[in-house]
Design a protein around this ligand. Structure first.
Ligand SMILES: Nc1ncnc2c1ncn2[C@@H]1O[C@H](COP(=O)(O)OP(=O)(O)OP(=O)(O)O)[C@@H](O)[C@H]1O
Ligand SMILES: [Mg+2]
Length: 256
């Protein structure tokens, strides 16, 4: 059989969006309320992108993918997690272990911790023009307080020191799926993430599901005030990333 001359396959061309380095449009920053004294918001040229969601909702997975994607497009990117600060992190861990503080004291502890991180890492990164990917922000802290019956106005006022992010994505995952992911990852449920202090149920598994339902409902209530984007976190990781990328591109173009 005569051999047919094979036609060379043309190299796959990168699509226009692969080649494009989007220069982020600077949009004015503001604080939710009184903010941090002495900070000139006009100097905060970076973008603050927040990924919120329950434990095991896939925040780390998405942030790692977004970081690669943003850096691949030439954006200096920094990842910030709401880990306990150097200032009072140790005391907070001890307070959690002891379960002895009142709810108000706990709230103030967390708010102090957040204020320290805002001042020492988030604001400096924004001033340096970075794309800041925040693994959680004030909303998780507010939700934790609100489901424990703290006064809404008091909580909103407490966190009015925060910079308004350029985008907030809430990964919404069904509580049953969260249990499975958490077990697969760490083989145990966390006391606080199960809301065991609320006395919803003596059974930790049952309490986890009930608590996560309360948290989801509160996130949806906050969404109406703070206008963040709710993303279906039950989808496969790559589908979620594609959705987040589309939304972030809009933010970079100043349309977000
Ligand atoms: N969209 C997804 N579908 C199914 N499994 C996922 C998805 N995203 C992440 N996972 C898996 O779920 C587990 C938790 O994901 P990940 O660590 O990203 O969540 P997280 O929100 O950062 O959790 P944590 O609160 O513990 O930091 C991991 O084992 C991860 O591989
Ligand atoms: Mg994580």
């Amino acid at each position: 059989m005569p051999r047919r001359k094979s036609t060379p396959t043309p190299p796959t061309r990168p699509s226009a969006s692969d080649l494009q380095v989007l220069v982020p449009k600077t949009t004015p920053k503001r604080f939710y309320g009184h903010g941090i004294p002495g900070v000139d918001v006009s100097q905060l040229t970076g973008k603050l992108i927040v990924v919120e969601g329950a434990d095991g909702s896939g925040r780390s997975t998405q942030i790692a993918r977004l970081k690669d994607w943003l850096e691949g497009h030439g954006h200096a990117t920094v990842q910030i997690g709401l880990k306990h600060s150097k200032l009072i992190g140790e005391e907070l861990d001890r307070a959690q272990a002891g379960n002895v503080l009142s709810r108000t004291t706990f709230s103030l502890f967390y708010a102090t911790d957040f204020a320290d991180q805002l001042e020492s890492s988030i604001i400096p990164s924004l001033r340096a023009g970075f794309m800041v990917l925040a693994d959680r922000y004030i909303y998780t802290l507010m939700v934790r307080d609100l489901v424990r019956g703290m006064d809404r106005e008091w909580v909103e006022n407490l966190y009015s020191i925060a910079v308004v992010p350029d985008a907030v994505f809430y990964l919404k995952v069904a509580p049953g799926e969260l249990v499975q992911r958490t077990f697969a990852k760490s083989h145990a449920l966390d006391y606080w993430e199960s809301g065991m202090d609320l006395g919803l149920s003596r059974d930790m598994f049952d309490s986890f599901v009930k608590y996560q339902e309360l948290v989801t409902a509160e996130f949806e209530r906050l969404q109406r005030t703070y206008g963040f984007s709710i993303v279906d976190g039950n989808q496969p990781p790559e589908v979620i990333t594609a959705e987040l990328q589309r939304k972030i591109e809009r933010v970079l173009r100043g349309e977000g």
